[in-house]
Design a protein around this ligand. Structure first.
Ligand SMILES: Nc1ncnc2c1ncn2[C@@H]1O[C@H](COP(=O)(O)OP(=O)(O)O)[C@@H](O)[C@H]1O
Ligand SMILES: Cc1ncc(C[n+]2csc(CCOP(=O)(O)OP(=O)(O)O)c2C)c(N)n1
Ligand SMILES: [Mg+2]
Ligand SMILES: [Mg+2]
Ligand SMILES: [Mg+2]
Length: 327
């Protein structure tokens, strides 16, 4: 594999954004930020064996998810994605066609949002494959949906089905808890091909003081982050959390998956209660699912409580933790 030949092949032939002065081809990219907007930058890494298994995911799946999870972080700020950079560490045994397949899938996803690839890095590794994607996005000045925006009385909401990605991961790891091929495909897709909630995030950014987080580490972890950043407590209700209608019948771990499984890449957030109805209406007319799952409560402490039947259980900030796998 020739590094320079590879870069030549993956470099885009045309760009969507005219703000780019120089993309791929110099020491760094140069673009002109738009007036009246703020830039949003995020980066997430995916490692073979930790975030995916090359034995179970195609290069296309890996490329798709590496970009999608970063677009999801831009959505969680209420912004829209514009540019991305990709850094890959390629194990010596990998075929060039695999890398091209990864890029092809990223290009397809990027096209949906008119995003441009403006740079990256290519290295070899004697270890596992690592892919790191940086996404740059924009939000109108002062409109970012910060974790610190929640206030007592706000409605707590999520944008879609939780727990299905963790169900997909469990299937992937060999737990054949259902033979229904339709369900298997559904859960696998939720795990391998999460759809970033950009439209939902953009709607949120037009309302005052929406707090948002995308669900990478699990609902419990993300809500605790909002509670901590806003110094409020949160109550959520088991029977209000959207899940696949079959999930609870299929596996005894379903509730763990919903609360702590992670990688749903839905948005979890809060909005002032007097704006909730209008917000829910607007989401529904734009085809964005949104469900009220609880409310922010007055408190000096940052705690999340889970109501299940008559019980009010403290929901700890556990979930996916890279240095503390407590599940
Ligand atoms: N190694 C690091 N160096 C600097 N900042 C980091 C590092 N890891 C995470 N962060 C920052 O910490 C915050 C939380 O990160 P993370 O939990 O990964 O967020 P997310 O789940 O949205 O990807 C982010 O602002 C992120 O940029
Ligand atoms: C092989 C494999 N094992 C376990 C998981 C589950 N998993 C890995 S990372 C992760 C959390 C999300 O990744 P992270 O790097 O923490 O993303 P961030 O929170 O920074 O967005 C989860 C649930 C997986 N996707 N694949
Ligand atoms: Mg991260
Ligand atoms: Mg995030
Ligand atoms: Mg994480």
């Amino acid at each position: 594999m020739d590094e320079f030949e590879l870069i030549r092949r993956i470099a885009p032939r045309s760009l969507s954004h005219r703000e780019i002065e120089i993309g791929i081809g110099d020491d760094a990219a140069v673009y002109n930020p738009k007036k009246g907007y703020q830039e949003i930058v995020c980066v997430d890494t995916m490692v073979d064996g930790v975030h995916f298994l090359s034995s179970h995911s195609t290069p296309a799946d890996i490329g798709y998810k590496a970009l999608a999870v970063n677009i999801s972080d831009i959505a969680a700020m209420g912004g829209y994605p514009k540019f991305y950079l990709v850094s890959i560490a390629v194990p010596s045994g990998r075929r060039e066609s695999d890398i091209e397949a990864m890029y092809e899938e990223m290009t397809k996803l990027a096209k949906l949002y008119q995003m441009d690839l403006i740079g990256g890095d290519t290295v070899s590794t004697r270890g596992q494959m690592v892919i790191t994607v940086t996404v740059i996005g924009e939000v109108e000045k002062g409109r970012a949906c910060l974790r610190s925006h929640a206030r007592p009385g706000d409605v707590v909401f999520v944008t879609g089905e939780l727990g299905s990605s963790a169900a997909g991961l469990s299937l992937l790891l060999g737990d054949r808890f259902t033979n229904d091929e339709g369900l298997v495909q559904h859960f696998m897709k939720r795990h391998k091909r999460p759809e970033p909630r950009v439209k939902a995030g953009l709607i949120c950014s037009r309302y005052q003081r929406v707090a948002l987080n995308d669900i990478s580490d699990g609902l419990a972890s993300e809500l605790n982050e909002i509670a901590e950043a806003s110094r409020v407590s949160i109550d959520i209700y088991q029977d209000s959390i959207p899940t696949h209608s079959e999930l609870h019948k299929l596996h005894s771990d379903w509730e763990e998956w919903v609360l702590f499984g992670g990688e749903d890449f839905e948005l979890a957030g809060t909005i002032s209660s007097d704006q909730w109805e209008r917000f829910a209406q607007e989401c529904s007319s734009c085809g964005v699912p949104v469900y009220k799952i609880g409310q922010v409560v007055q408190s000096g402490e940052a705690k999340v409580f889970y109501h299940s039947g008559q019980d009010r259980i403290l929901l700890e900030k556990k979930g996916y933790n890279h240095f503390k796998q407590d599940r």
